[in-house]
Design a protein around this ligand. Structure first.
Ligand code: NAP
Length: 464
């Protein structure tokens, strides 16, 4: 967003960052084995291709380096104010008043919320008290030495399947993995990209061709997501074969076989998770957790599983994260009241009653099949279009018309109701407490791109 603002000649902006460094997800998540599960040539900016990615799925530190390099190359750092957690956004009728946790107040014509959806750790509430160290995967405590320890891991989502193999092989004497719902897992086509190939990718057009190839390969997976859940059968067969090939023990295989349609929860990719579970120092517990007690995790059957350390791989507060913020729009309306029937926006970018407030990765713009960087770039272009309209018309603000937002969301939910996230027979963070999908885009990403390529001024009220 900042790069595109500068390119378009908007220089009077600040980026407020709660932490003391940049990187978001790729700063916070430092657990062993942390990497992106989207190929790096696609999980990067289309205007800043990197022929030098070391792997198909690059590790966390390399992605963070890439972000640092972008900030440096495009001169963004002078715009960033670190240690500025926004605690309140209020529309005064003329502009936005922004208050940060250090007590500062500032004013701006427009606010772009780029806070993401996966950064507020979720801790399940078990009874009892654990006597040893316990931490969340997104707040990894590197001061705790796991070597030779008995480690309990709670959760088997995208994060856990990355660090479980590493802990099992390199650290824990005994690893107990607590699984509530088995994930569907595909093999991970990961490999180190040889120097020769990196050099080839520097040739004109090569990195672009590679990116395009990956884009279309990933996009083809949207058929099952966006058209008909029955088309997920081919993905399910691949996952079943992967499980059968990697887990010879029928009892373990039974525990690891999901009972819902693949894609209902995020499809995970890993080639080392199943083998890790077959190791002699690893056990998989599928009985629910009753409580943590002393140096043990106690399951509902009353069995105690000894543990020196507990690691929570239990994910993030997603649909309620935006709702917990203090955002006050036109006529003093709080965002919680505007969203009392559920969070929604127009193309995930603007929400009625909150003029000149734009979201990146807002409601219903997440994906199950491709890179969200593609969605973010579409949103950035759309916001730029809105800002240009403001400049052109000299309007003070724009506010999406409520009837347009309603019609858009009715169509969106009609489509989503038939799709795998709702129909697949699982409960996931894609759905809110009423079972309504508030997180994913129901179609192909090129449809989103085409629909957001130009903003439609008639969908907005211009405020002078
Ligand atoms: P997650 O996918 O939400 O997984 C959380 C896990 O904790 C699930 O297995 C869940 O079980 C389990 N859990 C939650 N409460 C529990 C309880 N009370 N008792 C037992 N188990 C419990 O979280 P995540 O793994 O941190 O990943 C979150 C998202 O971050 C992913 O979906 C993905 O979008 C993103 N992510 C991406 C990457 C990447 O490489 N791009 C890597 C990591 C994460 P249930 O399934 O039964 O709820």
């Amino acid at each position: 967003m900042a790069i595109k603002l500068k390119e378009a000649g908007f220089h009077d902006f600040v980026i407020l960052e709660k932490a003391d460094d940049l990187g978001g997800t790729w700063r916070d998540n430092t657990y062993p084995g942390c990497a992106c599960d989207v190929p790096s040539h696609m999980y990067s900016f289309s205007f800043e291709l990197n022929p030098g990615w070391s792997r198909m799925f690059s590790p966390q530190e390399e992605i963070r380096e890439y972000m640092r390099a972008c900030v440096w190359k495009y001169g963004i750092d002078p715009h960033i104010q670190y240690g500025k957690q926004v605690v309140s956004l209020e529309y005064t009728g003329r502009e936005w008043e922004i208050v940060t946790s250090d007590g500062h107040t500032m004013r701006a014509n427009a606010v772009i919320s780029a806070v993401g959806a996966l950064h507020v750790p979720k801790f399940p509430e078990f009874g009892g008290e654990f006597a040893g160290p316990a931490f969340h995967s997104a707040e990894w405590d590197h001061s705790v030495d796991l070597k030779g320890k008995r480690v309990a891991v709670i959760g088997t989502g995208a994060s856990a399947i990355q660090f479980v193999p590493r802990l099992a092989a390199e650290a824990a004497a005994q690893l107990t993995v607590f699984q509530r719902t088995p994930p569907w897992i595909h093999p991970k086509p990961d490999f180190a990209i040889p120097d020769r190939m990196q050099r080839l990718l520097k040739l004109p057009g090569a990195a672009r061709a590679m990116r395009n190839g990956i884009y279309w390969a990933l996009e083809s997976r949207a058929l099952g997501f966006a058209v008909d859940p029955r088309l997920m059968a081919v993905h399910e067969r691949l996952a079943v074969r992967h499980l059968e090939r990697q887990v010879p023990d029928p009892e373990l295989r039974r525990k690891l076989t999901p009972d819902y349609t693949i894609g209902c929860k995020r499809i995970l990719i890993s080639s080392d998770y199943y083998p890790a579970l077959s190791r002699p120092n690893v056990s998989l517990v599928t009985d629910a957790i009753a409580e943590l007690r002393g140096h043990a995790v106690v399951d509902v059957t009353g069995r105690e599983h000894a543990a020196d350390v507990v690691v929570y791989g239990t994910g993030f507060k997603v649909t309620d994260a935006l709702q917990e913020q203090r955002i006050v729009g036109r006529d003093g309306v709080k965002i919680q009241d505007a969203w009392q029937d559920g969070i929604e926006a127009y193309y995930g970018i603007t929400t009625s009653g909150f003029p000149n407030l734009f979201f990146l990765l807002g409601p219903n713009t997440g994906l199950g099949h491709n890179s969200v960087v593609f969605m973010i770039e579409s949103q950035v272009r759309y916001v730029m279009d809105c800002l240009r309209l403001l400049s052109r018309t000299q309007a003070r603000a724009i506010d999406v018309r409520p009837e347009r937002q309603r019609a858009f969301n009715e169509r969106l939910q009609e489509r989503l109701n038939r799709l795998v996230w709702t129909e697949g027979g699982c409960r996931s963070w894609y759905l809110d407490e009423h079972g309504v999908n508030r997180t994913t885009w129901p179609g192909f990403t090129f449809e989103y791109w085409a629909r957001t390529r130009r903003m439609k001024p008639d969908a907005f009220e211009l405020i002078y």
